[in-house]
Design a protein around this ligand. Structure first.
Ligand code: GLU
Length: 299
């Protein structure tokens, strides 16, 4: 039975195959939605087209299917939403909430822009220049952001002073590519997503999403961030750190390992079960309150 009031999603970036870290996120988001009789959607986050690796989307979907995941509705692609992103951005520009900026990373370094946890802190250089949009990036004015905070279901209270710690951030790059932060906020609203489960590398960036949701008059979903799975050197598993594609022929031990990482119950019978049976049992016994933040975790 599906109670359509809960809608979760898994939103992989097709920049490489599914690796173990993304399997853990997929499993957590699936269990969180399905344990509440909700829907679980798949959205392919291919907004940053130059980063997309051909074949990755098929690889990811094949791996998810092999691991027994079933999603609700049609798969959505950010690359098919550019008109929507553009019209939302045009609205923000018309209201004076955004402005064109000619600064490059290089010129910002020259201007001694400081580095914060989320990147270079933009010192507002172009805020009042009234530049043409063509060939320039578009930034959102964060003067009204104040202190943004939310309560994450795993990490608890998270706070960010956006203007001080990041400054006006980019919503569309000079090369015309829409920023992930804009795309994700528009898509989650458009698709009615009200439960977001994803990796803790986006924990603080969530404050940017809350700020944009408020600016656009959108609902704010519930957030649950999963501690990152790290390799032996302590790096986040990702394509950049050489994480390898998940081995589909080891799906049972890998599902069990993913459940262990999420501190969910596992039992001996799972060794002989199918992937679908393990998922079913994981949904039935899912308790997100069991998820532990590893000592020293800094997202
Ligand atoms: N596309 C992001 C990733 O693959 C996830 C973003 C999200 O879940 O909001 O890391």
């Amino acid at each position: 039975m599906t109670d359509s009031s809960i809608i979760g999603r898994f939103a992989p970036t097709p920049s490489g195959p599914l690796h173990f870290g993304s399997l853990v996120t997929a499993l957590a988001s699936f269990c969180q939605a399905k344990s509440q009789q909700g829907k679980w959607l798949i959205r392919i986050e291919d907004v940053d087209t130059p980063r997309n690796v051909e074949g990755s989307t098929d690889d990811i979907l094949f791996a998810l299917e092999t691991f027994g995941f079933e999603w609700d509705g049609a798969i959505e692609y950010q690359s098919q939403q550019f008109e929507k992103y553009q019209s939302v951005l045009a609205g923000l520009l018309a209201r004076g909430d955004c402005y064109a900026c000619e600064c490059s990373r290089r010129s910002l370094r020259k201007a001694h822009a400081q580095s914060g946890r989320l990147g270079l802190i933009y010192p507002g250089i172009c805020r009042d220049k009234n530049l043409n949009q063509a060939g320039h990036s578009i930034r959102v004015n964060t003067a009204s952001s104040g202190i943004t905070d939310f309560v994450d279901q795993v990490y608890g209270s998270v706070t960010l002073d956006i203007e001080q710690q990041l400054g006006d951030f980019v919503l569309r790059r000079a090369d015309g590519i829409f920023a992930y932060h804009l795309a994700v906020v528009i898509d989650d609203e458009r698709q009615g997503i009200n439960q977001i489960v994803r990796g803790a590398d986006l924990l603080e960036a969530t404050c940017l999403h809350l700020f944009l949701q408020q600016l656009l008059g959108y609902q704010t979903p519930d957030y649950l961030h999963i501690p990152l799975v790290r390799n032996q050197q302590g790096d986040k598993l990702s394509k950049q750190t050489g994480a390898t594609a998940i081995q589909v022929d080891r799906k049972i031990p890998l599902l069990i390992k993913a459940l262990e990482i999420l501190s969910q119950p596992v039992d001996n019978q799972m060794q002989a079960a199918s992937a679908a049976e393990i998922l079913q049992s994981a949904v039935e016994s899912w308790n997100h309150g069991n998820i532990e933040i590893p000592p020293g975790d800094i997202y």
